[in-house]
Design a protein around this ligand. Sequence first.
Ligand SMILES: [Zn+2]
Length: 109
Amino acid sequence: MAQPKKATSRSKTKIRRKSFRLSSVNLIACEQCGSLKPAHHICLVCGTYRGKKYLDVEKKERKERKRVQEAEAQRERQRESIQKVPGKTPSSQTRQLVSKPLTQRTTSK
Ligand SMILES: [Zn+2]
């Protein structure tokens, strides 16, 4: 296999790697709401760019709220289905623990 004639100096390595760095995002304040946003981009907080509305932010919020509600409803349905499974009732020991008031549970040990 081909071998390099000389080891690359630290200086040459750093000069080569200089181009690998990430440039910082230029954030500016939105004229509409004042929140920080990347320059030449639509503000994601109010959905405007240069005073004109491009994004329906409220619609996005409504969609997100609906998604969260549906996820919670599904979780609730799953919980109910687990409780309804026959033959999987909690053991007598746990049932006794649950039926006792909290004060008795701690003193019985
Ligand atoms: Zn804005």
